[in-house]
Design a protein around this ligand. Structure first.
Ligand code: SF4
Length: 419
């Protein structure tokens, strides 16, 4: 699993707490960023190749807003990645045991649901280092790029086709709402019609795997009718995947300041719960599978890359503020594009066996697949487990413990009670 962070946005959204810089593309900052990123890719080539070959073979370019990058810059990045993934060491491909022995992996391969040989996509359209067997590209399970509707509308079919030609197989588009008043309040730089137009452009370019993001949890701005209308309009587009997040107050966001100044008040929990229940019901009736607290997919269209985070697979994170996890240790790049360009060192911390086990459970319980009941009983108090089973907050079936959909909304409280 490879994640690339693009730390640029054209403007800031009211609610956002991600690391990003506003950028118009002037001053060559994007090219400098791409130079530094290509250097990092080269420096971490072996790590990238091992994670791709022996773990989930996915790439996710997120941000920030990757679609602010011109296709030429994206092509440089993707070419560097293709080269790193395809590079075969002089001694030939290592066995996975040799890789595991060096400490890159924990529990690979053979982790349920992974498989580097799946061939759903490929890094085509870029010049990759040829492999020993003569193939010029490396097959990927999934290659996602996040986009803003405004960039797709402005770039048109040419930009969308360009993404496709670079090997992108899945697009994740931040729509957030189909109500223009809400979009204006969020300081999004597109309106609802732009989102619909952008979706059509992506389809025309041949993308058959599109995810859209929505946000709920507003008191004053998003009454039930507005939210219901947004869900209906999302369903009408028939995306393969929908992510829906409850609005939260992120540190240093404009929303936090508005809250402090008394210009915003959080919606009460009953209202948020009602909106979440409506979302679950409408998406279920439309055929979407609720496979993670905030994620819904048409059958078989679950996000491969993000599912890797929830089953605690290792990943390599590249770019400013990107985090990496090798199965034992987490590390991160500096959250500052200038510091990154100047070559700041990555920081990190080793995780104890207990921390890893707790993270396994915290991540797994957010999914419909749940976690091993034996594993949960090893780290959680049996009284808490029994209490939650009798209240319906946990369900045990065939050695698996999971939170039922009816309790997904309070999954954080349930996990806190267990751990
Ligand atoms: S929500 Fe996305 S587009 Fe908006 S500021 Fe944050 S990263 Fe940028």
């Amino acid at each position: 699993m490879i994640y690339v962070h693009v730390p640029f946005c054209r403007s800031f959204c009211t609610y956002c707490g991600f690391y990003s810089e506003t950028c118009s593309g002037e001053g060559g900052i994007m090219e400098q960023y791409a130079d530094a990123l290509c250097q990092e890719i080269e420096a971490r080539q072996e790590e990238i190749r091992n994670h791709s070959v022996y773990g989930r073979n996915t790439i996710y370019i997120g941000g920030g807003t990757p679609s602010v990058l011109p296709l030429s810059v994206l092509k440089r990045i993707i070419t560097a990645l293709a080269s790193a993934i395809s590079e075969v060491p002089a001694a030939g491909r290592d066995s996975w045991k040799a890789v595991a022995a060096r400490g890159f992996v924990s529990g690979w391969p053979g982790r349920a649901g992974t498989g580097w040989s799946a061939k759903h996509g490929s890094l085509t359209g870029v010049t990759a280092a040829p492999q020993a067997d003569g193939h010029g590209c490396y097959d990927l399970e999934e290659f996602t790029v996040e986009v803003n509707p405004d960039d797709i509308v402005k770039g048109g079919l040419e930009y969308a086709r360009g993404l496709k030609e670079l090997g992108v197989t899945r697009v994740s588009m931040g729509v957030q709402s189909f109500d223009d008043r809400v979009l204006w309040w969020m300081n999004r730089r597109h309106d609802a019609q732009d989102a619909v137009n952008a979706f059509g452009i992506l389809r025309d370019a041949g993308f058959d795997n599109i995810s859209i993001d929505l946000i709920f949890g507003f008191g004053t701005l998003s009454g039930a009718d507005t939210w219901e209308d947004s869900i209906s309009r999302a369903i009408a587009l028939a995306p393969e995947h929908i992510s829906a997040y409850q609005l939260s107050i992120e540190p240093d966001s404009a929303l936090e300041k508005m809250l402090d100044d008394g210009r915003f008040s959080e919606a009460d929990e009953d209202l948020c719960r009602g909106q979440y229940d409506l979302l679950c019901r409408m998406l279920s009736e439309a055929g979407y599978v609720h496979y993670e607290v905030s994620n819904f997919a048409l059958p078989g269209r679950e996000a491969r890359h993000n599912s890797g985070y929830w089953d605690h697979s290792p990943y390599v994170g590249l770019g400013p503020a990107a985090h990496s996890f090798d199965g034992k240790r987490r590390s991160w790049n500096v959250a500052d594009v200038n510091g990154y360009i100047a070559g700041s060192e990555r920081e990190g911390e080793a995780l104890s066996a207990e921390q890893l086990a707790i993270e396994d459970v915290m991540l797994g319980l957010r999914t419909a697949s749940g976690v091993s009941a034996g594993h949960l009983r090893e780290i959680a108090e049996s009284q808490a487990i029994d209490r939650l089973i009798s209240s319906g907050g946990l369900v045990e079936t065939d050695g698996v413990m999971r939170i039922p959909e009816s309790h997904f909304f309070v999954s954080d409280e349930i996990i806190r009670e267990l751990l």
